[in-house]
Ligand binder design. Structure first.
Ligand SMILES: *[C@@H]1O[C@H](CO)[C@@H](O)[C@H](O)[C@H]1NC(C)=O
Length: 487
């Protein structure tokens, strides 16, 4: 009985040490407790920043909550933050004979502790995290951002963003609420440079050139060969440097997404996987390629069943997007903000390309004589609005504002000068008012020649043609009286 109690008590106490030190909730700890039992498997999975400590060490207790904060932020990045209570784990201690005091802080990337790196920086969470990230990347790790879940309504923005960054998208659709863990791992693997065999298609050429260089006695030939060799080396270097992150990656489980991507029936932990080539200007021109083995399956513990084939598919799709087999991106809904911006742009364009009609002095001022300096007035004399819409759509963005005036309007003859109606008249106000004119049919040519600096403007002899002020309207009462007489 006593023996049993002791056996039960001991492991509980051992747990309490780590739990107390790192304020763990229940069995879940942000800072992972590494022991002789789990050391080999944990270190095989990922590298760790490790605090080697003793429960009585005051500096360790001070650092513990800071490490906990760092561990929370490090989640999913591809490395862990852990701690080893040294005394109960002598076989771990024996791997690090240089540990003389507590806490000892190290980056460990090997189950046997080989090539571990000491941390001597400030004992602050953010410093530890930054240093560990840097060390992780410096020693060949690929930082993994945890993959986020995106709702159907968020995909437009996500795809648009990826297009802006010029990244294809790896997209998984499944029924599980949380993105599968293997997706983040896959994304991380994609970011790593493929482990090529160093194969160089020009190797044989280089070898032959090298021999030729040795054999030749002519300095000009030798120089030529050296030049070619340098070019080949530079091309190889450029090829190796060009690899950047291959994919932007996301996951969705919305019923709408599942329907749009024909992705129903994914097993638990599994998903349908697609590679997307997103057209930046128009999402509708984007392309979707489904992975041939969809739906992708994972084992009971969420580990991908056939990761190498999926990785090969993703790499291949990114490198030479298979346009023949691709289908178009489903019509993902635009968010309200995008719709509103599009509406504003359309309204702006409509305003800018509108053709106004001039029927009074006020119209003439507003649409021609009193335009802002950046705009130039173009009047179609004796033309209809319809006559000018095409010109307006084409030339408005160059600063022309279009309007029409009837050929019997008070200013019509002065505006068109000796060009017969319908005429197009470009009016410039200011101190020396002048106009360039053409028949309406030659309007586009006139505007082009103004842009090219080849059009001639003629002065208005007596200033801008004036529209007489409107005569005061007759009092309304008089009309009503008249009506009564008529009755
Ligand atoms: C889903 O299926 C429809 C009908 O077969 C097809 O037109 C569409 O391209 C498919 N969508 C995707 C994303 O595969």
């Amino acid at each position: 009985m006593v023996k049993l109690a002791a056996a039960l008590l001991l492991p509980t106490l051992a747990l309490a040490g780590h739990n107390d030190m790192f304020a763990c909730r229940g069995r879940s700890c942000d800072v992972e407790e590494l022991t002789e039992q789990n050391w080999a498997s944990k270190l095989a999975e990922q590298p760790y920043f490790i605090m080697f400590y003793a429960p009585w060490c005051g500096h360790c207790k001070q650092l513990a909550p800071k490490l906990k904060g760092a561990a929370k932020k490090a989640k999913g990045l591809g490395f862990g933050i852990g701690a080893v209570d040294v005394e109960p784990n002598p076989s771990i201690q024996s791997m690090f004979p240089d540990i003389k005091g507590f806490p000892s802080l190290k980056y460990v990337n090997h189950p046997k502790g080989k090539k571990s790196i000491d941390y001597n920086g400030p004992r602050e969470g953010d410093d530890v995290l930054q240093w560990t990230k840097d060390t992780f990347v410096r020693t060949g790790g690929a930082l993994q951002a945890p993959i986020e879940h995106k709702a159907w309504s968020e995909l437009y923005t996500f795809f648009g963003r990826a297009a802006l960054d010029d990244l294809p998208v790896l997209f998984a659709v499944g029924a599980d609420k949380e993105p599968p863990k293997w997706l983040a791992a896959l994304h991380g693997d994609l970011k790593e440079k493929p482990k090529t065999t160093g194969e160089n298609p020009e190797a044989e050429t280089q070898r032959l050139l090298g021999e030729a260089k040795k054999a030749t006695k002519l300095p000009e030939v030798r120089e030529g060969i050296v030049g070619v060799l340098e070019t080949l080396t530079a091309a190889e270097k450029a090829r190796n440097n060009k690899r950047k992150a291959l994919y932007s990656t996301t996951y969705s489980s919305d019923p709408d997404t599942i329907t749009a991507f024909n992705a129903s029936g994914a097993p638990k932990n599994g998903a349908h996987v697609f590679a997307l080539s997103v057209d930046r200007k128009n999402l509708a021109n984007s392309l979707v390629v489904a992975y041939g083995n969809n739906p992708v399956e994972a084992d009971r513990r969420g580990k991908l069943v056939d990761s190498s084939a999926l990785l090969a598919f993703a790499r291949d799709a990114a490198a030479n997007f298979p346009r023949d087999s691709a289908v178009a991106l489903p019509d993902v809904p635009k968010p309200k903000s995008v719709l509103a911006a599009e509406e504003r742009a359309a309204a702006r364009k409509k305003r800018a390309t509108a053709v106004h009609s001039i029927a009074s002095k006020a119209d003439l001022d507003a649409n021609c004589y009193a335009l802002p300096a950046a705009k130039t007035c173009v009047v179609g004399v004796g033309a209809s609005e319809g006559d000018l819409t095409e010109l307006a759509a084409k030339y408005s963005k160059e600063g022309y504002a279009f309007s029409t005036v009837a050929s019997d309007a008070p200013v019509a003859d002065a505006l068109r000068g000796d060009v017969a109606a319908p005429a197009l008249v470009v009016v410039k106000g200011g101190k020396r008012p002048r106009a360039a004119r053409a028949e309406l049919s030659g309007g586009a040519a006139l505007l082009d020649s103004i842009a090219g600096g080849g059009a001639s403007f003629a002065k208005f002899a007596g200033g801008l043609p004036a529209w007489p002020e409107a005569e005061p309207e007759e009092p309304a009462a008089a009309e009503e009286e008249g009506d009564e007489y008529d009755l």
